[in-house]
Design a binder for this molecule. Structure first.
Ligand SMILES: Cc1cc2nc3c(=O)[nH]c(=O)nc-3n(C[C@H](O)[C@H](O)[C@H](O)COP(=O)(O)O)c2cc1C
Length: 178
């Protein structure tokens, strides 16, 4: 798919069609796309935990997501994204390279996650990035080590709706040429 089409086609999907499995092969293709993203000193600190089967997804939705999000990702698979903290943006002796500290790890994960959702779009799936989730419950559910920070949960599935494009700000309002 041509790049401009792909970025315009991607939409947040909050309803997924029943009976349409997402294959492990496709999830791996998404994670491989994520791995192509640039990262701080090529530190590649993003990690993914994939909840694939229906029973586990149902348990995760109940334990780890508030109702307002749990209701939006039935029939999807769920990908928890984390990053190994204190590495991107840090020196080997543990000192931060600048004031952003672990903001850089989060930045890198965001770059990876955009690749992931664009690849999902190319493969015909819809995605929902969720920032409203219970990080402590997720850590326990997925056995995420303490060395990682839990960030977004991404639902991936066959769209059961065709959302419109939420309005964007005027470009002139967010850019300044100096
Ligand atoms: C970091 C992040 C967290 C988000 N968290 C949620 C969420 O918890 N629940 C939800 O319904 N949408 C969530 N969204 C989706 C946004 O609301 C959505 O991207 C935005 O409205 C623009 O729509 P679009 O993705 O179709 O362009 C999140 C998006 C991002 C990038």
């Amino acid at each position: 798919m041509e790049f401009q089409n792909l970025i315009e086609k991607r939409r947040t999907v909050r309803k997924y069609a029943a009976g349409n499995a997402v294959s492990k092969e496709d999830v791996l293709a998404m994670v491989k796309a994520a791995q192509e993203a640039p990262s701080w000193k090529n530190s590649q600190t993003g990690r993914y935990y994939c909840i694939m089967n229906e029973k586990d997804v149902a348990r995760f939705r109940e334990k780890c997501l508030p109702e307002m999000n749990a209701g939006k990702c039935e029939n999807a698979v769920l990908i928890v994204s984390t990053f190994v903290h204190n590495r991107a943006g840090f020196q080997r002796d543990g000192s931060a390279d600048n004031e952003l500290g672990n903001g850089w790890g989060c930045y890198d994960l965001g770059l990876q996650n955009e690749n992931l959702v664009l690849k999902a779009t190319e493969l015909g799936y819809g995605t929902l990035i969720m920032g409203i989730r219970d990080a402590d419950e997720i850590r326990e559910f997925c056995d995420v080590p303490e060395s990682e920070t839990v960030v977004a949960v991404i639902a991936v599935g066959v769209p059961g709706e065709e959302p419109g494009r939420p309005k964007r700000k005027e470009t002139g309002d967010i850019v300044k040429f100096l």
